[in-house]
Every structure is written in C-alpha cells, then in structure tokens.
Design a protein around this ligand. Structure first.
Ligand SMILES: C[S@@+](CC[C@H](N)C(=O)[O-])C[C@H]1O[C@@H](n2cnc3c(N)ncnc32)[C@H](O)[C@@H]1O
Length: 296
C-alpha cells in the first residue's frame, strides 16, 4: 500500500500548525480566550458527523486494507477479535465477513464495545445480517473500562477510540491482558497534526481530560511496560471544502458557534493541499497504527 509507511518516530518534522500560530490558528485561539468550553456533541450527532466525515475521506478504506492484511496473517483455525470503540460496525463487519470467508465455516468470534447504544444496535444488526455460519458476534453498549469482558482474543483493536479513554497506559495494560499468547493489540490513532490541533484548541474535555493523540501513546506504552513491535503511518486525505456544519463539528469534536465556523473553514482551506490528480483541496489527516504483540 503506497500510502502506508513504517515510522519508528511518528511525525518528527514540525507540524504545519506550528508554522501557523501567528495566522488563522492564532485567531481561533484568540476567539476562544477567556470563553467557556464549547458544548460537546450528543452521541447521535457525533455518529452522524463521523459517518459523513468518513464519506469525504480515503482513510477508512486504507485502515480497512491494513487491518484486513493483519487479520489475513491468521489464515487457519478459530480466531477471536475485540474491537474497542466499534461504532456502528462500518469497519468491523466487512472484516468479520472476510475472516469467515477465507476459511468457510471457520469459527470467528467478533466482540464490539461502544458506549453509544445507537451504534451498538447497528453493529449487532449488521453482524447478524452477514448470516455467516461460523461467526459468533457480540456487542457491549458501554465503555471499555466498564465492559464485562473476560474472554481472550487473538486481536484487540482501538480504531480512533483511544482519544476518549480516561487514561492511556492503564487502558493499554488492560487491553494487552485480554490477548491470547501471540495475540496482537492494534491501536489506530491520529496525531495532533494540522487537522487535530483544532480538537486541542476547540473540543471540551472528555470526562476531565483532553483527547489523547498518537503523540501520547509511546510514553503510555512505556508506563504500561509494553514494547511496540511496529508503528506505521497511513497517509490519508479528507475533502472538507463546503462540508456541512455537522461534519465541521465532528472535525473539531465540539459544537461550533456561528462566529467560529468561518475561522475554522478558513483554517482548513489554509492547511489543504491540492490533490495531484483532481486539484481538489484536501486536508492531510494521517493516522498511526501501533502494534504490540503478547509473547507466544
Ligand atoms: C471515531 S469513532 C470510531 C468508530 C469505529 N472504530 C470506526 O472506525 O468506524 C470512536 C468511537 O469510540 C467510542 N468511544 C468513546 N469513548 C469510548 C470508551 N471509553 N470506550 C470504548 N469506546 C468509546 C465512540 O462512541 C465512537 O463510536
């Protein structure tokens, strides 16, 4: 996959936003100075905004390709996957189907965890609709910390959900403890970067903490006593030109005020890069994949 690159030290170069502190980002910060935190997104608005955001990006298909390749390395025998922050299953359901199809009627166990019941209901329906004989799917409508999971898994994934956990190191330790010997923990998390600096500046705290980005993971792995086997970066792009207010709110993870929207749109224009083929301005939104293996 050409837009996937190994990365031992993700994002060492100065991020674009660091060059823009005197520009539009500075104006966004100035507009927020001394103000109360913006409102967070209701779970249904978050889920709708997320779906619409993904439709404007090539990131999900790139992540899906990467995860499918990791899962394909488990070519025989039963396999068990836990997806933390599974959402509505848009990513996991095709992966579950591919896992069962590669070896017909192979026992595949697929467990999801997500606190938003609207998403877990969709996840359960979509898994059931697959109608695969060997597939046993289950979903828990709760947070990772509260989920009643005691079984063990070959693969545990956090795809864009580590931002929200109360503490990264203890979460990594608990997730690692759910792996079978030889199992893999895959943490797919975006860097702060040109796009997510907006989240840092604009999103309200999640249960008292800022959102955790890719830059927070290496130190947390060390605190958890875990070693990364590999980190790769997936270089994705999103088209946010003319995006709806709901997509904009998802992008910054907050309900924007009418005064902030033009500033945010101007910032996104400024950090966009023309697509080499179509010329459409696209915002880079890379994502890092941390892989940790439990000793066999
Ligand atoms: C950006 S979405 C990603 C959904 C899915 N993994 C995907 O890639 O389509 C993040 C998900 O994490 C969930 N989430 C938030 N806090 C969580 C927590 N503490 N434990 C588990 N999931 C959480 C949200 O409800 C949301 O569905």
């Amino acid at each position: 996959m050409s837009n996937v690159s190994p990365s031992t030290s993700p994002h060492p170069a100065p991020a674009l936003h660091e060059l823009r502190e005197d520009g539009i980002l500075g104006d966004v910060r100035a507009a927020r100075r001394g103000e109360d935190a913006l409102s967070d997104l209701a779970p249904d608005a978050y889920a709708r905004g997320h779906a619409a955001f993904e439709a404007r990006s090539d990131q999900r298909s790139l992540i899906s390709g990467h995860l499918a390749a990791r899962l394909a390395s488990r070519a025989t025998g039963p396999v068990a996957v836990l997806s933390v922050g599974c959402g509505d299953g848009s990513l996991d359901v095709p992966l579950a189907a591919a896992l069962t199809d590669v070896v017909p009627a192979r026992p595949v166990r697929y467990v999801g965890i997500d606190p938003y019941v609207g998403s877990t209901t969709a996840f359960a329906s979509a898994m059931a609709a697959l109608g695969r004989a060997g597939l046993s799917a289950e979903v828990h409508a709760t947070t990772f910390a509260e989920a009643p999971v005691s079984e063990h898994f070959d693969v545990v994934t956090f795809v864009h959900s580590m931002y929200y956990v109360p503490e990264v190191a203890s979460t990594l330790r608990e997730a690692h403890a759910l792996l079978r010997p030889g199992g893999e923990l895959l943490v797919v998390n975006a860097p702060r970067g040109a796009l997510n600096i907006l989240v840092d500046v604009l999103a309200p705290p999640v249960e008292g903490h800022r959102q955790w980005f890719s830059e927070d993971i290496p130190a947390a792995l060390t605190r958890a006593g875990l070693r990364t086997e590999e980190v790769i970066t997936v270089d994705a792009r999103v088209d946010l030109e003319g995006a709806s207010d709901e997509v904009l709110d998802f992008t910054v993870q907050a309900r924007l005020t009418p005064a902030l929207r033009p500033l945010v749109r101007a910032y996104l224009d400024a950090v966009s890069v023309p697509c080499p083929t179509s010329g459409v301005p696209l915002v880079p939104h890379p994502v890092d994949v941390y892989r940790v293996r439990r000793a066999a």
